[in-house]
Write a protein that binds this ligand. Structure first.
Ligand SMILES: *C/C=C(C)/C=C/C=C(C)/C=C/C1=C(C)CCCC1(C)C
Length: 247
């Protein structure tokens, strides 16, 4: 085989992965989730005992995402379409675990299992109705999106003004500070997802297009959202654990 043929093959192969923003962000997302998991797991030994479970949960969140990204990346390459089912299975596992994080950080100040289940319940409603609008009843995407949005704003309410906020303020110090950050992730970071949902709904933002010459799609938006929210959220918990371990 001559060299130019090998190079042509190689560039064909790599353009499958890097040829567009969607496959590229699936690929990079997969690596980032893997790296974050290794980081959170290894750092468990460097923080105070009482924070180990929180770091473990951060690592499990990114590890579950890593495995799903491995499959989603493949699915997208093989079919050229959106891996909606994998996506929602991933979220249905990882978002409730983020609710567990809120419970773990407020536990010392009196956070209850009741509060944890309230958050988990709202997050499952948010995701099940989102799935209905995205995969089952496309013609009523707006209605299911609205239901999902109501559950979402209930979580925002609890974290910004409700029980979670009150408990975090009670705990004070590093916990109150961490909750402020996590609340911003829930308000601004999670808001990326409804944006992806709207881009993915035909007739709203037309499926996909480009901004400044860069192709975007629903999956690119979801992939960016996941990287910010899963890794960023975990890093806030990590920073809290480190700060509180040294004080
Ligand atoms: C790691 C994954 C995370 C943090 C996923 C979060 C997903 C959401 C906040 C999704 C929200 C949605 C709405 C608020 C309305 C439209 C439907 C959804 C499911 C995209």
């Amino acid at each position: 085989m001559n060299l130019s043929l090998i190079l042509a093959d190689a560039s064909l192969y790599s353009s499958e992965y890097f040829g567009n923003a969607t496959s590229f962000t699936f690929f990079v997302g997969c690596m980032a989730m893997m790296a974050a998991s290794v980081f959170f797991f290894c750092e468990m030994g460097n923080v105070d005992k009482k924070w180990r479970t929180s770091l473990l949960v951060s690592g499990i969140i990114t590890f579950i995402a890593f495995v799903h990204y491995y499959y989603m990346r493949d699915y997208y390459l093989a079919t050229g379409s959106s891996p909606i089912d994998f996506r929602y299975v991933d979220w249905t596992l990882t978002v409730p675990l983020m609710c567990v994080e809120f419970y773990l950080i407020t536990k010392k100040a009196g956070g209850t299992m009741g509060l944890m289940w309230k958050l988990i319940f709202a997050s499952v409603i948010m995701l099940v109705t989102g799935y209905a609008g995205e995969a089952m009843y496309r013609d009523q995407a707006w209605l299911w999106g609205l239901f999902s949005g109501i559950a979402y704003f209930y979580i925002v309410y609890l974290v910004w003004f409700g029980e979670v906020k009150a408990l975090a303020d009670n705990a004070g110090g590093a916990v109150a500070e961490a909750n402020k950050w996590l609340a911003w992730f829930v308000l601004a970071g999670w808001a990326i997802y409804p944006l992806g949902y709207m881009i993915g709904t035909a007739g709203w933002y037309g499926g996909e297009g480009d901004i400044f010459g860069m192709q975007y799609s629903m999956d690119v938006v979801y992939n960016i959202g996941d990287a910010i929210n899963k890794i960023g959220f975990g890093l806030v918990v990590y920073a809290l654990a480190v700060k509180d371990s040294n004080s």
